[in-house]
Ligand binder design. Structure first.
Ligand SMILES: [Zn+2]
Length: 279
């Protein structure tokens, strides 16, 4: 576990933190399904609680459950030894954990670690497999997310190779903010190191630079986003690219459901939330 020093730049503790528009939170993928398909997936089971730093699967584990985060979020980390690990994706209420099942693969290639405490729908993997094999509407909807997920992984490969640490940190803080639905959240030291794939000095330097620009307040892992548009300008283009792809592939699906007049309560909810996630 890395340990970071106290905030290396003096901060004004009274710096205002802008409030974020809060919409009722639901998983957007489930909200894009018809009420019937959603009921088939979820049944009567209530959401479960996900705890901070809980490991949901290790690389090579058999997948027993599929998770649809509601107000929690999950970090996806490549397998490796010690520092040779990298976070390559975040799953919040825009997505799901368990995409290998959509390809008929029952083994997780990545470590899945809870980074944001909250609720999630959890579905038994065998039940999930039966449904996607027998219901094309569910399978097709979730396959669109699979495309978005793969695009995010590809973008992260480019990001890690070509973009500067400070800009990458800004990107990941914005992604975390979106999934935390708040301008204030906690990121563990371990998470920052996985996120950026750099040593402690690199993390400290990047966070200090963003703080000097008054874009964030950072102290012992507690992050406050002070200037959202400024942080967006500081981020590498990957943040905007990810959002654009999501909006193009999944946003239109929601829009088409509106146009077809088959809008469900869940879909209306997704439309309200979508503005905060999609372009
Ligand atoms: Zn980037």
């Amino acid at each position: 576990m890395l340990s970071l020093p106290d905030s290396p730049v003096p901060v004004t503790t009274t710096s205002p933190v802008p409030s974020i528009r809060r919409a009722p939170i639901e998983n957007l993928l489930l909200a894009s399904l018809s009420d019937e398909d959603r009921a088939r997936l979820l049944g009567d089971a209530p959401p479960i609680d996900l705890r901070l730093a809980e490991t949901l699967s290790e690389s090579g584990d058999r997948i027993h459950h599929v998770y649809f985060p509601i107000d929690s979020f999950i970090s996806l980390i490549t397998p490796g030894v010690d520092r040779a690990q990298l976070e390559i994706g975040l799953v919040g209420n825009e997505g799901m954990l368990g995409v290998p099942l959509l390809l008929g693969i029952h083994v997780s290639p990545l470590r899945a670690l809870v980074q944001g405490t909250g609720h999630a729908w959890r579905i038994d993997a065998s039940h999930f497999m039966r449904l996607i094999e027998s219901h094309a509407t569910i399978r097709n909807a979730l396959n669109r997310y699979l495309y978005v997920f793969l695009a995010q992984l590809m973008q992260t490969a480019t990001c890690t190779r070509y973009h500067l640490v400070e800009a990458r940190l800004a990107r990941w803080l914005l992604m975390t903010r979106d999934r935390a639905h708040s301008n204030q959240f906690h990121v563990t030291h371990e998470f920052l190191a996985y996120m950026l794939g750099v040593r402690r000095v690199g993390v400290t330097s990047a966070a200090s630079a963003l703080q000097r620009r008054k874009l964030i307040r950072y102290q012992r892992g507690d992050i406050a986003v002070l200037d959202v548009s400024g942080l967006e300008k500081a981020a590498c283009p990957c943040y905007a690219i990810d959002k654009k792809i999501y909006g193009r592939v999944l946003g239109k699906r929601r829009a088409s459901r509106h146009a077809a007049g088959r809008e469900s309560k869940a879909t209306r909810l997704a439309g309200e939330i979508g503005a905060a996630i999609s372009c």
